[in-house]
Structure formats: C-alpha cells, structure tokens
Design a protein around this ligand. Structure first.
Ligand code: SF4
Length: 307
C-alpha cells in the first residue's frame, strides 16, 4: 500500500471513518476491492477530454459524498434502489478491459469520482505500465478530497477535473451531508493547482495532456452559491488561465427532493450565472440552457450509460 493511501484504517477521504476496509465498510459503502459500474469510452466530456475518439472512463460504484441530487444515483449508493450488487473488480481483469478501449480512444483514462478507491490507482497504473500502456490520467473528482491523499497521487495524475459544488456550509450540509465541503474542496483545488498548474495544456489534436478543469453545476434557486464559487475561482486561479465548465444540466433525479432543487434550472438563472462567468473572463465552456434533457446516464446499460 502506498504511503498516504491507507484503507486499514481508512483515511482516504475527509470523512476519516477509520474503519478497516478489508473487514467492514465506512460512510462511502465501499469495500477494499473496487466495484466498477462501467468502463466505457465517453464522448460527452469537455472537448479537450472527449475529442479525437473520446476518453476511457472508469465509473466506480459507491461515493464518499452522497449528494441527495446525485445524477449517478444508480451507482453512487445515494438511492435505496441502487443496484450495488456489482462484483469486485480484479485489477488485472480491469486492465484487460481498459487496454483495448484505450487503443480506440484518445489515450486518456478517467477515474470518475474515485476518492474512495484512490488506494487502487497506483496499482492499476503499475499494471498498465508493465504492459507498455501509458495513458494520460484524468482524476475526475467531487472536490471532497483530503489533501494528503492527493499528495500521494502526485506524479500519477496528469489532469485534475474537480467540481466546486458549494461555498455555502448550509447547502453542503443539507444536500451532501458535508458542512465542511467549502474548506475541504477549496484546499483540495489549491493542491491540485500546485501539482499540475491552473492552465490546460493540449496537443496538436486539441487533446489535453496536463492541467486543470473545474466544473460547477448551477443548482436551481441557489444562484448566490454559484456566483460565490465563480468569484472564488477567479480570485484564486487567475482567470483567464483557468478552464471552467459552467453546467446547466441539473435535473431532479428522483421524487421528493426539497424545494428549490425539485425542478430544473430556469433560463434566467443560468443567464445570470453565465454573465458572471463571462465578466470574470474564464476560458472553458458554457452548456446550452436546456442541457438537462441531454445528460441522464443510465447505468443499467453498463456498456453505454450515456447513449
Ligand atoms: S473512503 Fe470511505 S471508508 Fe474511507 S474515510 Fe472515506 S468514506 Fe470513510
């Protein structure tokens, strides 16, 4: 086990459960071995990640955050109906799934919301390297990460792709059971910047090979949180060097969510967020205001959850 990536006791993420993951499960619900919901080529990411054939994404089951509006609720463990009976993924077997897909893609390998499986990343990359495969590694993150865990991944991750969900402790507590999300995520993003810089480097084909992209999902009825997140990013990452994806795709993934997140975003709300984004001068991407109808993954079809 790599230094700083302990699962016995498990201190991988800010929950700091301290359980022995070889015998029991903590808040995230994950065992020691990975449960993988899908390994697939994904062309729906930002253009420098999805271009030239798409990125190979590994979608893991379970999550250390459990947002009540999780759009991947089928695999994250957020919903009582989650089909979390996925078998454990043997690392060698996983690399055999990954390698042919990498040959058909743009050579990027994405670990999607993998904080609770960070201990397996060095092992999986060692196995790929031993077989002569050296993908560009993308670490796709909720932002709820321990700095110490990120430090243990230094040199392995080429591109960080974190969310900045909230700078409002009440929202973070209400929707993600993590009142400390603002201070945790801002520290994590600054550590990511320290490791890979705040700009995004791309090759001659426009495919990213190093850097940082930050995503922010605009939540209905919580515009001030969005404006605060954008302002913080501009103050700490020196727009316009930072690439930010401002996402309008929110939809209530299940019934009985509390108001105001029981509806999609209005065009007016997104327009205000987009205006602040443009005033601050970020590089990056704005989604179409009606994107909520296009991004509804279905992990019941593990080969093509985004078809
Ligand atoms: S990764 Fe899971 S078990 Fe480990 S500290 Fe985080 S929530 Fe707890």
């Amino acid at each position: 086990m790599q230094l700083g990536l302990s699962i016995n006791p498990c201190t991988l993420c800010p929950r700091m459960c301290g359980v022995d993951r070889t015998r029991e499960r903590g808040y995230c619900g994950a065992a020691a071995e990975a449960a993988v919901a899908s390994v697939t080529i994904h062309t729906g990411e930002e253009p420098p990640l999805a271009g030239n054939g798409g990125i190979v994404n590994i979608f893991f089951a379970h999550c250390n955050l459990h947002c009540i509006f999780c759009q991947n609720y089928q695999i994250s463990g957020t919903s009582p109906a989650s089909p979390l009976t996925l078998p454990s993924a043997d690392i060698h077997r996983l690399t055999q799934d990954i390698i042919p897909l990498l040959a058909q893609s743009n050579g990027l390998l994405g670990f999607v919301t993998a904080a609770h499986y960070a201990h397996l990343i060095p092992q999986l990359l060692d196995e790929l390297h031993a077989q002569g495969v050296h993908p560009t590694v993308v670490y796709n993150s909720s932002g709820y990460e321990r700095v110490e865990t990120l430090q243990a991944l230094e040199g392995l991750v080429d591109i960080y792709l974190p969310d900045l969900k909230y700078l409002d402790r009440d929202l973070a507590a209400r929707y993600s059971h993590a009142a400390d999300y603002p201070e945790v995520a801002t520290a994590a993003l600054l550590e990511m910047k320290r490791q890979v810089g705040s700009s995004l480097k791309t090759d001659d084909n426009g495919v990213a090979y190093r850097g940082l992209i930050v995503r922010h999902l605009v939540l209905p009825g919580h515009l001030q949180n969005t404006l605060d997140c954008l302002d913080w990013l501009a103050d700490n990452f020196f727009a316009p060097t930072l690439h930010v994806a401002l996402m309008s795709q929110y939809y209530p993934p299940r019934r009985n969510l509390p108001s105001p997140i029981d509806r999609t975003l209005s065009a007016d709300e997104y327009a205000i967020a987009a205006q602040r984004y443009q005033e601050l001068g970020f590089d990056g991407w704005l989604q179409a205001p009606d994107a909520n109808s296009n991004y509804r993954p279905d992990f019941a079809d593990s080969d093509k959850p985004f078809k």
